[in-house]
Write a protein that binds this ligand. Structure first.
Ligand code: PEP
Ligand code: MG
Length: 325
């Protein structure tokens, strides 16, 4: 199998009927970088910056953060990298940071919420990113955004940091894009606003499914209770890709769902064309999509979603479709 994927590496990520799919990897540490070459991925679609913080004994300084981001940008050369700002809090605890006890950490004070309330840490991180991205293309992504207003406030902070750096003589990025993780269901009801205002969207299916179904992603008893290939979840995911294409806002999927061949197939059927996944998933996903007839799948899925005939999960039907090609 591994050998088979090795051969696939040189081949384009194009479906049988000629639809191009973008495959990027998720990363977070410098040790992940060789995975780009190893998989021939087209970039890093999700760089989880909290990993540097989680493995450190002390709060990484702005200089240390900048050093990591610079090393990553140098290593990928002209491939794109999407840096996600800190997604800490909740279950991602930093040993050297004061901890707040919460009843429901996943629903608590985490990620962009901390960033907006106590922007010191977020601002230091943004400076590290903007310095590392001076004169280059830079993509910054915001986690756990629940309203368009939160996005606007975070983008304002980014603009302010950038203006300050420019005053200090630091060159701006040649192209700065600020995007949003779609992983809190409330954003699904502000899709037209967020798709119009954000430079790109990336769907965090791990959290989106957790919150959509109110089922803790870490709790074995309930984590697998609801199927992301269920009618409800697929319709939600279709709404997002439709809203994004209506406004011309680029959208990718960076959650675990996008790394499983059958799930990725379904997402392609809904209209998704870009995925970021763990490096190990690239081979299996590429093998699937190169055999796929998107037009046929799309027709089949439109039909399945219009008349699910009592079926709550489309998994069996999608699996049956997958054996036809
Ligand atoms: C997600 O929620 O799907 C995601 C990609 O982010 P994380 O797994 O880091 O929460
Ligand atoms: Mg998430």
């Amino acid at each position: 199998k591994q050998k088979q994927y090795e051969k696939l590496k040189e081949l384009p990520a194009t479906t049988r009927d000629g639809v191009e799919i973008t495959l990027q990897i998720n990363a977070g540490l410098i040790v992940d970088i060789p995975n780009i070459e190893a998989t021939a991925a087209s970039g890093i679609g999700l760089f989880r910056t909290e990993l540097q913080f989680m493995v450190a004994q002390h709060m990484p300084t702005t200089a240390e953060q900048q050093a990591l981001y610079t090393a990553v940008l140098n290593a990928v050369q002209d491939r794109p990298v999407t840096f996600r700002t800190l997604d800490i809090g909740g279950d991602k605890v930093l040993p050297y940071m004061e901890r707040v006890e919460e009843e429901n950490p996943a629903l608590g004070w985490r990620a962009i919420r901390i960033g907006l309330d106590k922007p010191r840490l977020l601002r230091a991180q943004l400076r590290a990113m903007l310095r590392a991205g001076a004169g280059r293309d830079l993509k910054i992504m915001l986690p756990m955004v629940a309203t368009t207003d939160e996005f606007r406030r975070a983008r304002m902070i980014i603009r302010r940091e950038q203006a300050m750096l420019e005053k200090q003589g630091v060159a701006p990025p040649s192209d700065l894009r600020v995007g949003v993780m779609v992983e809190v269901p409330s954003l699904l009801f502000e899709l037209s606003e967020i798709a119009r205002e954000a430079d790109f969207l990336s769907i965090g299916t791990n959290d989106l499914m957790q919150f959509l179904f109110a089922a803790d992603r870490e709790n074995k008893r309930v984590a697998d209770r609801f199927d992301p290939l269920g009618v409800g979840a697929l319709r939600a995911l279709r709404r997002i890709v439709e809203a994004a294409s209506e406004t011309g806002c680029p959208v990718t999927v960076c959650g675990e769902m996008g790394g499983k061949p059958l799930e990725t197939m379904a997402l392609i059927g809904l209209g998704y064309r870009g995925f970021s996944m763990s490096a190990a998933s690239i081979g299996p996903v590429k093998a699937m999509l190169r055999a796929l007839d998107v037009r046929k799948l799309r027709e089949r899925m439109d039909w399945m979603l219009a008349s699910p005939e009592g079926a709550t999960s489309l998994r069996p039907q999608l699996a049956a479709f997958a054996t036809e090609f």
